[in-house]
Every structure is written in C-alpha cells, then in structure tokens.
Ligand binder design. Structure first.
Ligand code: GLU
Length: 478
C-alpha cells in the first residue's frame, strides 16, 4: 500500500525550525518508501491564522527542497464535514452536549487545584435527559460537544520512534471537547483533535509523524478513530529540539524561524542536511555531508532517537561551510553578488567576480561572511594597529613597498597577474636583498591593513584589476 505522510502546520506564525524538521522527517520517509508527502494547512483558528503565514510556511518548505505531492488541503474548507462527523458521534451516543459554563469550569479547576489535583472535567452532563438539555437551551446556556472517555479505557500503540506507548483514559483530562461553544442545538467550530482525525482519514494518511508534544493528543485521537471505525495510521513522535541548556528551543534562543536562518546566510541544502541529523544518525556514516536524496535512501523512522536533540550551532556552521566550499562557483557567486549589490558594491567584470568568490569561499562559514571577506576588494581597508606597528618596527617594510611602487609605476603596468606578482616579489627581494617574508607581509599590510587575509598573490591580482593596489601601497608611504 502506498505510504502517505503529511505535515499539518497551523499558519499562526513563521515556519519554525521544529516544524521544518518534522516536515523533513515526513518527507524523507515518504521518499524512502516511494510514498507521498502532503500538506494540510490547519487554519481553523480564525483569529491567529493568517494567509501570510501560510505563504511563509510553503515558501520555507520550498526553499528547503521539501516539495509536496498534491495540492495542499485547507482545513477551514472542511468545517461542515467536521461538524457532520460530530453529529454522527452524537447519534451513536459516544458524544454529548455539555453546558458547563466557563465560570463553573474555573470553579471546578480551583477545587481540584486546592486538593493538589490536575485539571480534569467531571463529565457532569454525560447523562442529561432530553428534557434537561431543552431546559438548559431555553435558559440561553451555550454548550460544547464532549467525547466520552472512560477512566478505565487503556490506549496503547506501537510508536515507530518511541516504542510502545500506553495511556489510561483517566489521565486525559475528562471527556474531550470536540467543538467550541454554540447556542441552541448548533454545533460550534470543531477543535483540533476531531478535525485532525477526520482529515487524516480523508487524506488516507498511513503514517503520522509529529512532535512528541502531541503524544497525549494521539491517545485522544486513537479513541476517536476507533469510535468512527477508521483505519488507524502508524504514529511516530519525534524528539524535541533543545537549546544548549537542554530546554525546548524557543524564540528566546534568538533564531528559530527558517527565515532567520536564511537571513543569517545558511544555505538551504546545508540547513536541511543538518536538520536530518537533529535526532537521527546513520549507522555506518560515509561522512555527514549528504544531499536529501542520499539521506532519504538510508533514513528510517525507527532509527530516530527517543531523547531530545540538542541544537549544535558549531556543527551547523561546519556543514554550511562545507557546502560553500563545494558549491559550483557561478552558483555561489550569484548568492554572494546579492550581498555585494546590497552594499552598493560594483565589480569590474564577471571574471573578477568569480576569482574573488573563489578566493574568499574557503574562509566563509555563512553566506553573509562574503561582506567582510570581500570588503577590502571594494573599498580601501582601514589601517589597523597591527599593520601600523609592523610598518614602524620593520625597517625594510617601507623600503620594500617603495620599490614595489616604483616598479609598478616605472613599468607602467596596469594589471598584475599571479605570475607577474610572484616575479615582482622574487626580483625585488634579490635585487634589494629584502627578505621575501618581509616584502610579502608589507604588501599584506598595505592591502588589508593587518597581517591576515586571503592569499596575497591572488588578492594582488584582484586589487590590480580594480586599480587599487597602487593607492593602497601609497597610503603606507605618506
Ligand atoms: N496543527 C498541528 C500543529 O501545528 C498539527 C499537529 C499534527 O501533526 O497533527 O501542531
């Protein structure tokens, strides 16, 4: 049978790393089994759901390469079907109208709290007669629909990640509310646990993979599945993503939305690659830099860890730098050029662009590092203390720069390629008996204002093409 998996995000915020990782595990398993990966937008919370969040979620999944197979389903379009199902549950006697008011619920909660007990409904209206129901309605009381959960009921399932999970009916908070409040014999808007069962059944979902914070919902949903005689899917509950302190990764950890990762300069392939290892690992690793299609071939839900997965920035950074290193040069240049354009930097030619991209790629961790790394090639770098001191403390430094300058001006050379640069350095060090090391360091100070930076020879070539090498050397001689 075809395996059908889904992501069911609520469009009440930007695509979160946790949702993206859940999407990824669903996607990987669907690909591995030649199944389908589907999307259902759970937009029934009219106040909090926003179309721009739906767009953000879909765009984010697309960006990560998590393509879906069928047109996304919008849960809000199916409300009347959910209500019909609630009517059916009422008819078969497994659900009932409950008129307990908000203040009565609060009172009950307080009472339980003062005896040290967790909140749980007392199912007081389970056996109302039709006369009592009519009376409540005529008093203008609103009602919800509750689904009966017997205290003694045992719920058990074999979770693909967590193994066997058992729940007792008595631990589920009393009879389950299926719909919001409504007046008369109306049925209010259906709630998550009912809608999710109806829709997963409608979409023929065979495997439900979602965060472990849904475990108690699964217990409730299994009871609804059974009452409706629906085929149960196989459940898998993924471990939470934790911050460095072992707490659930949240907005307080600064970066949680996929947009933020994108803005920081992470590549989609690198982020997706990293996310796959957030809670899962390969038995016989051939390295951890793998494409999603490579991972999908070896991925298995049963190998996902039970315990929470700590978010490791160092590992993500390392993976990102590896992707930058191996990316096709013109593709990387396209990414980098956007940053240059944002800075208002203009480059002399495509060839120069590619050479600079190649020069800086090894020292980049994030795409936006391209700004700092390429800055000296677009604007004169500031002289730093380290550079100043080098020029001051090395008697040969200024002399060697003077000689280079004379050479450049004397021969009227407009462009220094790598061979020429090497030759100039060799010639001058022999003729003027200046140590090559000093000569090169002096040039480095001239070009970058300090003693570090990318390869000197290649940098010189780029700077000469940009016609700034002479200016940079001259500034050291004033
Ligand atoms: N809308 C729910 C959420 O975003 C879906 C949970 C589920 O996958 O059933 O948490």
């Amino acid at each position: 049978m075809e395996k059908r998996l889904r992501l069911a995000p609520s469009p009440t915020g930007l695509l979160h790393i946790g949702t993206a990782r859940t999407a990824l595990f669903n996607w990987l398993y669907a690909k591995k089994t030649n199944g389908k990966f589907l999307i259902r937008i759970e937009d029934t919370d009219i106040i909090r759901s926003k179309p721009e969040y739906t767009k953000n979620i879909l765009d984010g999944l697309n960006w990560l390469g998590l393509n879906w197979d069928e047109e996304p389903i919008q849960q809000s379009q199916r409300i009347s079907i959910h209500k019909d199902t609630i009517r059916k549950l009422l008819e078969i006697g497994v659900a009932y109208r409950c008129f307990t008011s908000e203040s009565e619920i609060l009172e009950l909660r307080e009472k339980l709290k003062s005896s040290g007990l967790p909140p749980k409904h007392d199912n007081r209206h389970r056996n109302l007669t039709s006369k009592e129901i009519k009376e409540f309605i005529s008093q203008g009381r609103s009602s919800v629909i509750r689904f009966k959960i017997e205290d003694e009921t045992e719920i058990k399932w074999e979770d693909q990640i967590k193994g066997e999970i058992k729940w007792k009916g008595r631990d589920l908070g009393g009879d389950l509310v299926l719909s919001r409040r409504a007046f008369g014999f109306e049925i209010g808007d259906p709630l998550y646990n009912l809608a999710v069962v109806v829709d997963d059944n409608f979409m023929n979902i065979t495997h439900v993979v979602r965060g472990e914070d849904h475990i108690s919902n699964t217990a409730k949903q299994i009871l609804i599945y059974k009452a409706l005689n629906f085929q149960l899917p196989i459940f898998s509950h993924t471990p939470l993503i934790l911050n460095s302190e072992g707490k659930k990764l949240s907005k307080r950890d600064c970066v949680t939305s996929i947009d933020e990762f994108k803005e920081m300069g992470y590549l989609p392939d690198a982020l997706a690659n990293y996310m796959a290892f957030l809670g899962w690992s390969i038995k016989n690793p051939k390295g951890e830099i793998l494409s999603l299609s490579e991972i999908s071939k070896v991925f298995n839900l049963s190998e996902v860890n039970k315990a929470g997965a700590k978010f490791n920035w160092e590992k993500l950074n390392w993976i990102n730098s590896q992707y930058i290193k191996k990316m096709e040069l013109t593709k990387l240049n396209k990414y980098i050029k956007k940053y240059w354009e944002d800075m208002g930097w203009e480059s002399p030619s495509t060839e120069w662009d590619l050479k600079l991209t190649n020069l800086i790629r090894d020292s980049m961790i994030l795409l936006k590092d391209a700004i700092d790394q390429s800055k000296p090639f677009f604007s004169l770098s500031e002289m730093q203390k380290e550079g100043e001191e080098f020029l001051k403390n090395n008697s040969d430094a200024k002399e060697s720069l003077k000689t280079v300058l004379c050479y450049l001006k004397g021969e009227n050379i407009s462009f220094i390629n790598s061979d020429k640069a090497k030759k100039i350095i060799d010639d001058i060090s022999v003729k003027k008996s200046i140590k090559k090391g000093i000569l090169m360091k002096s040039l480095r100070v001239a070009f970058f204002g300090c003693l570090s930076g990318p390869d000197l020879i290649q940098s010189w070539e780029l700077l000469s093409l940009n016609k700034s090498d002479i200016t940079l050397i001259e500034r050291c001689l004033i």
